[in-house]
Design a protein around this ligand. Structure first.
Ligand code: NAD
Length: 276
């Protein structure tokens, strides 16, 4: 199964479907990421704060898959923003992952209350120039913070990784960032199981029509909207199910019906208000 790739604004290609490891138990991570790699995933999304970079690294090493076939993302934690802390942070992440470089390095949250994200991003620009990461981007940034980065740094972030699922479709932010070359990555793409997304009629009807599962329908909705997506699961069956999404296509009416579920409903933290 070939996963489509998206060309980022710096010319690097990212597989549009990946595997996320938020809340994957560090003790289980090697086994779970190994089953994702066996299922065919080549794009893994982790973060320093998840505490499981070592398990991701062990799974990569054990897989024997060539480095250039993999796309590995990790993220700088909030406490490491500023001028001096990011370098030891990326070096630690690389060491834990057992890699010479990551494909994508993100500022995990903007923390607008501290206002260190511009100088932090300038450090990330250096890491890209030095080859510690191929691409650089941000996560959980809203339009004012993106505007400030665009005005004050020399690099357009390759992606903004944001909470995005049918009840929280982020249309205005996508309309700002995508024409400027900032690709959208969805976190919580299945709503983190925190509302009955799979019971929504628009999702259930499409699943029935295509002989697919509701999770597969929601993943297709993301893919067909051009969003980069990496659902998480800890069970081998669902890991394989979430990857098996290239045998059908939603109609424009089915996409419109799922679009109509948007009600501005967050399931996670608000980047402007919930600081940690
Ligand atoms: P998700 O929307 O992917 O939901 C995962 C949950 O959905 C699972 O725990 C499981 O309960 C359920 N699920 C998965 N597959 C299913 C299936 N086939 N059938 C039924 N239920 C299924 O939520 P997520 O893990 O928070 O988001 C995906 C990834 O995004 C994370 O693993 C992480 O890599 C990233 N993320 C980033 C941030 C950020 O701040 N940048 C925040 C949260 C998550």
């Amino acid at each position: 199964m070939t996963v489509p790739t998206i060309t980022l604004n710096d010319g690097h290609e990212i597989p549009q479907l990946g595997f996320g490891v938020f809340k994957v138990d560090p003790a289980e991570t090697e086994r779970i990421v190994s089953s994702a790699l066996e299922a065919g995933y080549r794009h893994i999304d982790t973060a320093a704060i998840y505490g499981n970079e070592e398990g991701v690294g062990r799974a990569i090493a054990a897989s024997g898959i060539a480095r250039e076939e993999l796309f590995i993302t990790t993220k700088l934690w909030n406490s490491e923003q500023g001028t001096d802390a990011p370098r030891p942070a990326i070096e630690t992440s690389l060491q834990k992952l057992g890699l010479d470089y990551v494909d994508l390095y993100l500022i995990h949250w903007p923390r607008p209350d501290r206002d260190l994200y511009v100088e932090t991003f300038q450090q990330l620009e250096k890491f890209a120039a030095e080859g510690l990461t191929r691409s650089i981007g941000v996560s959980n940034f809203h339009q004012p913070q993106l505007e400030k980065l665009l005005a004050e740094t020399g690099t357009v972030p390759a992606v903004n990784q944001i909470e995005l699922h049918p009840a929280f479709a982020q249309t205005a932010l996508r309309e700002f960032q995508e024409p400027r070359g900032i690709h959208t990555e969805a976190w919580g793409p299945l709503g983190q199981g925190k509302y009955d997304l799979f019971g929504e009629k628009a999702v259930a009807d499409a699943a029935k029509a295509h002989g697919a599962t509701p999770a597969q329908v929601v993943i297709r909705w993301h893919l067909q909207k051009g969003i980069i997506v990496f659902p998480k699961s800890s069970t081998a069956e669902r890991i394989a199910e979430n990857f098996d999404v290239f045998g059908f296509e939603l109609t424009s009416d089915e996409i419109a019906a799922i679009d109509s579920l948007d009600r501005g409903q967050r399931v996670g933290a608000d980047p402007e208000a919930d600081f940690f």
